[in-house]
Design a protein around this ligand. Structure first.
Ligand SMILES: O=C([O-])CC(=O)C(=O)O
Ligand SMILES: [Mg+2]
Length: 553
């Protein structure tokens, strides 16, 4: 039996606490001690029955959105049942809690909003952020997941409705790595929105003003980061779904000041890197033999390019030789040196020479000239990979690696069944959102969900467990290598380990990340023999522990 927990809540307040509530699983004795008599029907149910009831009530709902709402209501009622359910049915529940279900939830967030969870810090709270964080409810926080809602998946600016994302990511931290949910805080920085539909929607829950920009935005973010650092000096700040224009500058500004990472830039890059390294190993090739086209030069696209560039350099290429392998396309077409308004990240990859014959802006023409071996989509634009593009790619490359990574499913650049048909089953495919295996030519082909969910749970756990001062590029590379090594040790045909192994992956990622931090001198107080103990102290299991009552001190 697990060790007892001291609890000071009683009566309705105990039933209203999702972390402590056991619902019908409170024993007769607990019902006496915690003043629950009369508040619950007589029957005592165990966790197994509660999970099976919850599963049925979710599956009874029609469609992802209703199922997401039912799951979220369960999370707000009883976190033990919620996480025990995720444990048992992770493969079925992940697309509801996470992409694509969470995308639909964010689009409808104002309408499905039920109970508060996490913090909404708005532009009106400027000057008072520390006060908001000061509540004793947040004494144990070790992980803050923050968004400003400007680039929610591939859906764009959803303002405060983007809160679904940090909540969903937090759920996966616990489901995949076991991090204690009471140590995590989802935060939305509501600095306004440019989304006209939301500004005009009477149901919208967020601040109805245009986004803070420039100095006002920077000052607001700075107040928030400093308040987080002061309140929780040993915490990790996870940046999520900021627009390209802010994501990279914020990461650069703060990555050496506070333990932090940007999941869209670094987590997505790390998993794309893992899948690509596994893919080229399968083809018995090296990175230097690749030509890499990335469609979408935002945070994810440049992040992927940057980490692959490091991998090429580690393989022995000079920076110049390595840069020559990359072609990034964004709204103006192929990124070229001298273009106006390139971000710093884009400038590094801007090419010296244009393509000929319209290839700069016509993707099929570009494919014919570049003859890429790897095509990555992080554009957020559904259907951008056309049949012409993909058949051209397969014409020049026997087994092209094709990764339409945009989320949710409705925004994918091409559906895997089409890519398989257009390439006669030759393409090696990874997607950002989940797809069922596809039957092609009598064979069942697994589609790897190349999603940062393979990386961030273990990365966060590992960085906290070794008390890293910051997250280095090599720690992200170590995370990718951990995934590749899990994949190599499993019997399967895909590039990535099966999703069913995601917990083992998270623990291996955590170990690789912590050891890499140690090697780089980024965690001077950490002794690797205490890694498992440190991980255990951050972890939690969805089981009921016996409760002892003690009044609040
Ligand atoms: O949330 C996901 O599924 C992956 C991700 O970070 C994004 O698409 O922004
Ligand atoms: Mg994201």
């Amino acid at each position: 039996m697990s060790s007892p927990l001291t609890v000071s809540l009683t009566g309705q307040a105990l039933l209203d606490s999702p972390f402590f509530n056991k619902g019908l699983a409170f024993t007769k004795q607990e019902r006496d001690i915690f003043h629950l008599n009369g508040l619950l029907p007589s029957s005592e149910h165990d966790l197994e029955i509660q999970v099976s009831n919850a599963y049925e009530s979710i599956m009874r709902q029609e469609g992802n959105l209703n199922r997401h709402v039912t799951l979220r209501a369960l999370q707000d009622e009883n976190e033990t049942v919620f996480y025990a359910l995720l444990d048992k049915y992770l493969i079925e529940m992940m697309p509801l809690v996470y992409t694509p279900g969470v995308g639909e939830a964010c689009l409808n967030f104002s309408k499905i909003y039920q109970r508060p969870r996490g913090l909404y810090i708005t532009a009106e709270h400027k000057g008072r952020i520390s006060q908001i964080l000061a509540s004793p409810d947040y004494d144990n926080i070790r992980m803050v997941i923050v968004t400003d809602g400007e680039r929610i998946l591939g859906l764009g600016d959803l303002g405060a409705n983007g809160m679904g994302i940090p909540i969903g990511k937090l759920s996966l931290y616990t489901a995949c790595s076991g991090l204690n949910p009471s140590y995590m805080l989802p935060v939305t920085l509501d600095v306004g929105t440019e989304n006209e539909a939301l500004l005009n929607d009477p149901h919208y829950i967020g601040l109805k003003q245009r986004r803070l920009r420039g100095k006002a935005y920077d000052e607001f973010i700075d107040e928030f980061v400093k308040a987080v650092q002061k309140r929780w000096p040993n915490s990790l700040l996870h940046w999520e779904d900021f627009a390209g224009r802010n994501a990279a500058p914020l990461l650069q500004r703060y990555r050496d000041q506070i333990l932090s990472f940007n999941d869209d830039i670094q987590g997505t890059a790390s998993i794309a890197n893992a899948a690509i390294l596994a893919g080229i190993a399968k083809k018995k090739e090296t990175l230097s033999q690749q030509r890499i086209v990335i469609i979408g030069g935002g945070s994810a696209g440049c992040g992927i390019a940057y980490q692959l560039l490091q991998a090429c350099i580690a393989e022995g290429l000079s920076q110049k030789e390595a840069l020559n392998l990359f072609y990034i396309f964004d709204r103006p077409g192929l990124l070229l040196q001298g273009m106006d308004d390139l971000t710093e990240a884009q400038q590094l990859f801007a090419r010296p020479d244009a393509l000929t014959d319209g290839g700069n802006t016509d993707l099929t023409k570009a494919i014919n000239q570049i003859r890429p071996t790897i095509l990555i989509g992080v554009s957020g634009q559904a259907g951008l990979f056309t049949k012409d593009m993909i058949t051209s790619m397969a014409h020049y490359c026997e087994n092209p690696l094709i990764f339409p990574l945009s989320n949710p499913t409705s925004h994918i650049e091409a559906r895997p069944e089409d890519i398989l048909a257009w390439t006669k089953g030759k393409a090696i495919i990874g997607t950002g959102s989940p797809f069922l295996p596809i039957e092609f030519d009598g064979k069942i082909i697994k589609i790897d969900q190349t999603n940062n969910a393979y990386i961030f749970p273990g990365l966060g756990l590992g960085a906290l467990a070794c008390q890293a001062q910051k997250i280095s590029d090599n720690m992200l590379m170590a995370a990718a290598k951990a995934v590749v090594s899990c994949s190599a040790s499993q019997e399967h045909d895909g590039l990535l380990p099966p999703l069913s192994a995601i917990k083992d992956v998270a623990h291996k990622v955590a170990r690789f990340v912590a050891l890499q931090a140690k090697e780089e001198g980024l965690c001077p107080d950490f002794d690797e023999t205490s890694l498992e103990e440190n991980i255990a102290s951050l972890s939690w299991e969805p089981v009921y522990r016996p409760y002892h009552f003690a009044p609040k001190a």
